[in-house]
Design a protein around this ligand. Structure first.
Ligand code: PDD
Length: 285
């Protein structure tokens, strides 16, 4: 079955789909994106993703290319045409096409939009979660506006590659004060010996993850203990558990950090429970 993408108003076979070489996304990474989980043929927490998308666009002064309601219809249509019942939807909006010049185009151009969807293996994802993943820590080297979900991801790409070459799956950035900010494509969490679930505040240094926000609701509803504060790699090495959150992984246990086992080196019970409970607290559309 050929894969179908929505590209600037048309549904195209991915092999024939193309964008202009003077698209500012291509030349300047001048654009934003969202990744949503698809489960049971529905999009998980779409309203929260749309709210964040609108915020990212506003921060970069890029106009929304179509009304939100139409965008949601297109997202579902791309899922349907690709027969995705479990997987991911990817949505990208760039400032549009203009002759190369760093400043915004003098005359407004139409933002460019691409939406794709792909199936993932549920079993494979569960298997990864039952084993857990390794993370490495690296020095934070991103721009400070990581609150904007921009497609400028070069430091994240290099961090992920470094993780892969070290036999790990994710890299945690560590800021100048020695605290973990977040992963290359996820938020970072630990569980302390006395059962407190800890993650950094979304005020600075991280993307406000949708999964992070829904998990905070999950933790509150299950009356588990939550603490919003930064932590160091040293504290994480000695933690009872660690995990990452992202729409592509939900709650993914971390079993090694810089090659040191977290506790007994197996996924912890808190992460397992949160992973199991998460979707009770998410919205499906
Ligand atoms: N990444 N932090 C960063 C830097 C991310 O790239 C992501 C998600 C998150 C988690 O956000 P959310 O829970 O809303 O997915 C945090 C997506 C999955 C990606 O780039 O593929």
């Amino acid at each position: 079955m050929s894969r179908i993408a929505f590209v600037n108003g048309q549904y195209r076979d991915i092999r024939d789909a193309s964008v202009n070489i003077e698209d500012r996304g291509y030349q300047f990474a001048d654009g934003v994106y969202e990744v949503c989980e698809v489960r049971g043929g529905k999009v998980v927490d779409l309203p929260r993703h749309m709210t964040r998308l609108q915020r990212s666009l506003k921060e970069l002064r890029i106009a929304m290319p179509m009304p939100l309601s139409s965008l949601e219809v297109v997202i579902h249509e791309v899922m349907r045409r690709n027969r995705v019942t479990y997987g991911l939807v990817y949505l990208q909006i760039t400032r549009g096409v203009a002759r190369r010049d760093h400043a915004f185009p003098l005359r407004p151009v139409r933002p460019a939009i691409v939406i794709t969807a792909r199936s993932l293996s549920f079993d494979k994802n569960q298997e990864t979660a039952s084993r857990g993943i390794g993370v490495i820590t690296i020095r934070e080297n991103r721009w400070p506006r990581v609150d904007i979900k921009s497609i400028a991801l070069l430091p994240n790409v290099l961090a992920k590659q470094q993780a892969r070459e070290s036999g790990a799956y994710e890299a945690w950035f560590v800021d100048g004060e020695g605290y973990v900010t977040e992963g290359a494509s996820s938020n970072a969490w630990i569980v302390t010996d006395d059962g407190k679930i800890v993650t950094r505040s979304a005020d600075t240094g991280i993307l406000a993850g949708v999964t992070r926000a829904v998990l905070m609701d999950t933790i509150a509803s299950l009356q588990m203990h939550f603490e919003e504060r930064p932590f160091t790699p040293d504290e994480a090495y000695k933690a009872a558990e660690a995990f990452v959150t992202a729409s592509s992984q939900i709650v993914m246990p971390v079993v090694t950090i810089d090659n040191r086992p977290v506790a007994d080196g197996k996924p912890g019970s808190v992460a397992k429970r949160l992973r199991e409970q998460f979707h009770r607290f998410s919205a499906f559309s």
